[in-house]
Design a protein around this ligand. Sequence first.
Ligand code: SAM
Ligand code: SF4
Length: 341
Amino acid sequence: MSLTCFITPTARAKMALVDGYGRTIDYVRLAVTDRCNLRCTYCMPKDGIDFVPRTELLSYEEMLRLLKIFKSLGVTKLRITGGEPLVRKGVIDFLKEINNQGVMEGFHLTTNATMTYPHIDELLNAGLLSVNVSIDTLDRRRFTEITRRDKLETVLESIDAFYAKNVPVKLNMVVMKDCNEQDILPMAYLAQDKNIGIRYLEEMPFNGTGKAKPSFFTHHDIKKILTDAIPDMKAMPFEQGTTSQNYTVPTWKGNLGIIASYSRTFCGSCNRLRVTPKGNLKTCLYSKSSLNLKTLLRNGSSDIEIAQHIEQAVQNKAKTGFEAERELFNGITESMAEIGG
Ligand code: SAM
Ligand code: SF4
């Protein structure tokens, strides 16, 4: 039996989640839905997607309870993701409730920014700390090809509004071979005059088709394009718990970052857990579900019992994304919208 059975909730409040390799886990990414109003080619097929039936999604009450348990285990950072979080009805009230109940000290949001514009003030009042917006090109035709929806103007309007309200903004660009390499530099130059972060992500095979592309654009390829055009960019020290190698450029207001999401160069300092819309705990993006939290939330388990299960799952967290992936029987079959990125 775990020692934590005998620990009072007050003592538990001072505890930290530490995995079997000594990594402290203090960051949870909560995917509130798998549904989305876009159909990015790297994330989902065009059609034929089996979205999770609503009764199988965690309810907002269940998510609030879970977040309180995570907090008691030392988790301090929360990111809301999806699917597209704004697609789920009632999400803003849920975020307000997290704030009203003091469950977490604010939240970060990953969004496609197609629905955020009218809600920026409400999001700020609910504790929005920063926003990561997915945008893979500034070219309207390519945006429409990649996302299968003609929404670039709406996204840009929302990015400008976040920026005008002093919300820290990062733009996530998935770099796809033979698709949007030509957008790497136009995206970079957005950071010249604006204090925003441009983050380039390697494409991963979480596209919901079960098929990986034969080759992908690596972090080395991305860096070469940037350094050839911007030779004075300088690497910043790698921050623990982040996935991005960041760069500054003299005189630029913003910065650039490259995320080796498929090459997985950052696992050594991983500090994160993921909760999927169906309530599965994933201790690594590349792992199978480590624990079905929804069952525990619905079968009468106490908060302490759930916390113990989480601790056990964290103990067994794979050392690297490669090790986690080796345990998948059928390889990667999920869409990123089922995990939250
Ligand atoms: N809908 C929101 C959005 O697009 O920002 C949140 C969910 S989305 C699944 C989270 C992040 O995963 C986005 O930055 C998206 O670009 C990224 N993503 C999705 N599929 C990916 C893939 N196959 N490879 C790399 N990144 C991916
Ligand atoms: Fe939707 Fe985000 Fe996936 Fe694009 S990446 S289809 S916006 S969930």
